[in-house]
Write a protein that binds this ligand. Structure first.
Ligand code: COS
Length: 384
């Protein structure tokens, strides 16, 4: 749903200009230094990117899912590390508060998230609990007016920058499944929290992940999301479901960027006395890229519209994440192939995208998890 086409167009114009004039020229520097320059972060805040999904009443832009997708398609036209900086705040880091938080929790945190003053991270994954998220071992045991949190969270995006964590922890150790899990808002400066060293990753330099270690960390009971124990796994699933459409949109955007780079290269590069774009075997790769990008783009917009209409999009969100992330991997591979030897050389930039996009098939639910969600939904609906 697009609420006001003119307002959205103005926002997209601003984002497109920011991407073109500020982010694309900074890509190589960020990849080299592993840091996003402060002035770029400041401009992201000024553009309102940190408050995209925060409702207007709490100081954000309150975009619909379709509008969010449009912004992510635009943000995808550059290195995905830039999206990552505000993406966890507008996505998985803050949405648990929005979906299931109390009014007091929303009032306390959402306005500060919307301005970018606070960065939010999502702390679900653990060393022994990734795809099997319900088996998480971090405990939060109530003692008086606090919970005592112990455990380790792994690969937590933006952990080194986070002001708050949406933390999933087991409040009922007797219940080893999803029902024993609760969600909390934990302030990063709470004593008992240690952030590990930044992970050394395959790609997406400039976006940082790390372990978050909780040792007898005292979290006030007021930080329990929704004031209800045992709801944390469901909160996490709802957050991830929406996040899958968001990530799929980024996959489409990045694939479009790689396709544009590959097309330009194919037109400029001459072999056998003519541009390689004239060769049908190169054209086949460009055409396959285009068809798949178009398919994924249509899927993502359709799923976003259905979600805005209030429909259950569990299956559609997983279809989008599965197809768009796999599509993006295929497009990256063909783009490198079109670049030929240059595709393997860092100066041309395409090998960086090839490494960056590998993450899309892994995080926020692997391709295999999306397959499981889709198939389970199908069987459940057919046997109901
Ligand atoms: N929205 C709301 N509730 C949901 C939900 C959703 N999308 N998906 C599941 N739930 C609810 C279920 O309805 C169930 O509630 P009841 O017990 O009241 O029926 C509860 O959550 C448990 O669900 P389920 O039984 O399906 O849990 P499983 O342990 O079988 O796990 C998968 C399901 C595998 C799908 C889940 O663990 C998952 O998504 N794993 C991947 C996690 C992930 O993406 N990790 C990436 C790192 S985080 S960036």
């Amino acid at each position: 749903m697009i609420r006001d086409p003119q307002t959205l167009e103005a926002l997209l114009d601003a984002v497109n200009r920011f991407v073109r004039e500020r982010l694309v020229p900074a890509e190589a520097l960020v990849a080299e230094t592993d840091e996003i320059p402060d002035d770029i972060v400041r401009e992201m805040k000024e553009l309102g990117l940190f408050g995209l999904t925060v409702p207007e009443e709490y100081g954000g832009l309150g975009v619909t899912m379709e509008e969010e997708v449009m912004v992510m398609l635009a943000m995808g036209q550059t290195s995905p590390c830039f999206r990552s900086l505000f993406g966890t705040t507008v996505g998985i880091g803050s949405q648990g508060i929005l979906f299931d938080g109390t009014e007091a929790q929303k009032k306390k945190y959402l306005p500060r998230l919307a301005t970018g003053e606070l960065i939010a991270s999502f702390a679900l994954t653990e060393p022994e609990a990734g795809s099997d998220a319900a088996s998480l071992r971090t405990t939060a045991i109530r003692e008086g007016d606090h919970y005592i949190v112990n455990g380790t969270k792994r690969f937590i995006t933006n952990a080194p920058h986070a002001g708050i964590f949406t933390l999933m922890a087991r409040t009922n150790p007797q219940d080893k499944g999803a029902g024993g899990v609760s969600a909390f808002i934990v302030e990063a400066n709470t004593p008992g929290i240690t952030i590990g060293l930044k992970d050394r990753k395959m790609g997406q330099r400039g976006a940082h992940t790390a372990d978050v270690i909780f040792e007898n960390c005292k979290v006030p009971v007021s930080q329990l999301i929704g004031d209800r124990e045992g709801q944390g796994f469901k909160t996490a699933m709802k957050v991830l479901e929406k996040g899958r459409i968001h990530i799929a949109a980024i996959c489409v955007g990045v694939a479009e960027r790689m396709q544009r780079d590959a097309l330009n290269y194919a037109i400029e590069r001459k072999q056998f006395g003519q541009p390689i774009a004239e060769f049908q075997l190169v054209q086949a790769m460009l055409a396959d890229n285009q068809a798949e990008i178009y398919a994924a783009r249509c899927m993502v917009i359709d799923a976003a519209r259905q979600r805005d209409e209030g429909r259950n999009v569990s299956t559609e969100a997983s279809c989008c994440k599965l197809f768009a992330s796999e599509m993006c991997g295929r497009v990256a591979d063909r783009a490198v192939q079109i670049f030929g030897g240059a595709g393997y050389i860092a100066d041309y930039g395409i090998e960086r995208f090839y490494r960056d996009v590998r993450l899309f098939r892994l995080y926020e639910g692997t391709t295999q998890i999306q397959q499981i969600v889709i198939a389970r939904n199908l069987v459940r609906e057919a046997t109901r």
